[in-house]
Design a protein around this ligand. Structure first.
Ligand SMILES: Cc1cc2nc3c(=O)[nH]c(=O)nc-3n(C[C@H](O)[C@H](O)[C@H](O)COP(=O)(O)O)c2cc1C
Ligand SMILES: *[C@@H]1O[C@H](CO)[C@@H](O)[C@H](O)[C@H]1NC(C)=O
Ligand SMILES: *[C@@H]1O[C@H](CO)[C@@H](O)[C@H](O)[C@H]1NC(C)=O
Ligand SMILES: *[C@@H]1O[C@H](CO)[C@@H](O)[C@H](O)[C@H]1NC(C)=O
Ligand SMILES: *[C@@H]1O[C@H](CO)[C@@H](O)[C@H](O)[C@H]1NC(C)=O
Ligand SMILES: *[C@@H]1O[C@H](CO)[C@@H](O)[C@H](O)[C@H]1NC(C)=O
Ligand SMILES: *[C@@H]1O[C@H](CO)[C@@H](O)[C@H](O)[C@H]1NC(C)=O
Length: 386
């Protein structure tokens, strides 16, 4: 029998192994720590996406910071989203021709070409970090030719967002089934009139997110109450628009298969940034489940993913399993403190990181990445991957 003391030491050592690092210490405190909390460090001193979060935590007031930062429950999924990338190792190849890696970043999503396999996930209340809110997001996306997916609960109206679009700019639009069919039809018509080319139907929010951090400041879900939808309803939506409708919030291989069976042109693996149900897997874990049990899905339809993406290497790990494009939300919400210049900088940083990391992996074409570039069955995953 295991003695209480042995058990205690096991528990103790387990805790001692790896404290959670919301973001790793890369020396920002040493470089920018003397900046007053009520002023923004010069944008030129921002070197990566996590830096925007460091700035936001100091600059935003408690209400606004807590709204963006919150996860559900004890925030295990929030932390796991960030940490799971650290459990997967690369298998870089050397002495290959990588001269065209930057030119290979272009990515075609639902028939439209963007400059990278990276996009801006939808998030509400962008006005919490900048008065121009989503206008900066859509303008930054246009300048960098990146897909922007506008939240249905944006601070600005769809008309205002639409008016800020560059000529011909392709956007995606997020949808919650909150109203009647007539409301939904009206929303889809508005999206079509605004030049939207895809609808991302959020399916991970049947109930409210249990958000303790946000509840303290009365800023929990933007949408509230229970919502009812089924795969039959998903199919029915196809009668209300000719745009592709991509279910956002797929978290199991079973639902990925049901999406294919329902005729979905794509799926979006997401746990809503860990803001809905705690103890759900990260996008990387779900992508692994699909890769193991139904890898053909990555060929059949376009697979999108997000959650905790902060580095170019995170993007590449998801792509290695077959994910077509990878998104982020909080880093853009925080970059928006700097307005459109901040959004552009964030997008440029991600693109550059994807390119240099791919080069260091020996990839001459980022889209050639596959599972041979990551180490599956790593024993340090400790039962996470069997
Ligand atoms: C402040 C905030 C608001 C969000 N609002 C929405 C929303 O309106 N609709 C939606 O589908 N997802 C929403 N999300 C989820 C994001 O689209 C995305 O799935 C998730 O945040 C990605 O994780 P990341 O923030 O770690 O990058 C929101 C996320 C945040 C952080
Ligand atoms: C600045 O913000 C940080 C992070 O929120 C906090 O720890 C610190 O106490 C703040 N400093 C001042 C002077 O308010
Ligand atoms: C933060 O600022 C907003 C806008 O001014 C305000 O509504 C909110 O009450 C503030 N929160 C705190 C904790 O001061
Ligand atoms: C990438 O796409 C853009 C916009 O469609 C296009 O102008 C550019 O030539 C493409 N680059 C390459 C290397 O194909
Ligand atoms: C919380 O915010 C909502 C609006 O978002 C408001 O209607 C409600 O009165 C607020 N509740 C409290 C306790 O302040
Ligand atoms: C219309 O809706 C029905 C279910 O209500 C569905 O079976 C059918 O596929 C839909 N048609 C289109 C074009 O999406
Ligand atoms: C992965 O890519 C490498 C390099 O292009 C190729 O040699 C290998 O056959 C591919 N493996 C799989 C499983 O597709």
């Amino acid at each position: 029998m295991l003695s209480f003391i042995t058990l205690l030491s096991l528990v103790g050592s387990g805790l001692a192994v790896r404290p959670f690092l919301g973001s790793a210490d890369t020396g920002i405190e040493l470089a920018l720590g003397s900046t007053a909390n009520d002023s923004l460090p010069d944008l030129k001193n921002i070197v990566g996406l996590p830096d925007f979060e460091w700035v936001a935590e100091r600059y935003l007031n408690a209400t606004r910071w807590s709204f963006f930062r919150t996860g559900a429950g004890g925030e295990w999924s929030y932390r796991n989203n960030l940490e799971s990338y650290g459990r997967l190792r690369f298998r870089p190849r050397v002495l290959t021709d990588i001269t065209r890696v930057e030119a290979s970043l272009n990515t075609t999503l639902f028939g439209h070409t963007f400059s990278a396999p990276f996009f801006m996930s939808p998030f509400g209340r962008a006005e919490f970090s900048h008065p121009d809110a989503e206008l900066n997001l859509v303008r930054g996306a246009a300048e960098e030719n990146i897909l922007y997916i506008a939240s249905m609960h944006a601070s600005k109206t769809l008309d205002e967002i639409s008016a800020a679009k560059a000529p011909g700019q392709v956007t995606g639009h997020q949808f919650y089934n909150e109203g009647t069919d007539a409301d939904t039809l009206a929303y889809f018509k508005q999206v079509e009139a605004a030049g939207g080319k895809a609808i991302f139907f959020t399916v991970d929010s049947a109930g409210d997110g249990n958000r303790h951090r946000a509840a303290r400041w009365n800023v929990t879900s933007v949408d509230s109450g229970y919502t009812y939808a089924t795969w039959d309803y998903y199919k029915h939506l196809g009668n209300l628009t000719s745009l592709p409708i991509i279910p956002k919030g797929i978290q199991t291989v079973e639902d990925a298969k049901l999406a294919v069976a329902a005729g979905a042109p794509g799926i979006f693996i997401s746990n809503h940034g860990g803001r809905q149900l705690d103890f759900v897997p990260s996008a990387l874990e779900v992508a692994l489940e699909i890769y193991e049990e139904a890898p053909e899905i990555f060929q059949q339809i376009e697979v999108y993913a997000d959650g905790g993406v902060r580095y170019g290497s995170d993007v590449l790990k998801l792509m290695a399993l077959g994910v077509k494009a990878v998104g982020a939300a909080r880093p853009l919400a925080f970059a928006n403190l700097y307005g459109v210049e901040g959004i552009k900088k964030a997008l440029q940083l991600v693109k550059h990181e994807i390119a240099i990391d791919a080069a260091n992996m020996g990839l001459g074409d980022v889209h050639q990445i596959n599972a041979s570039y990551i180490k599956l069955n790593n024993p340090t995953w400790n039962g996470w991957y069997s």
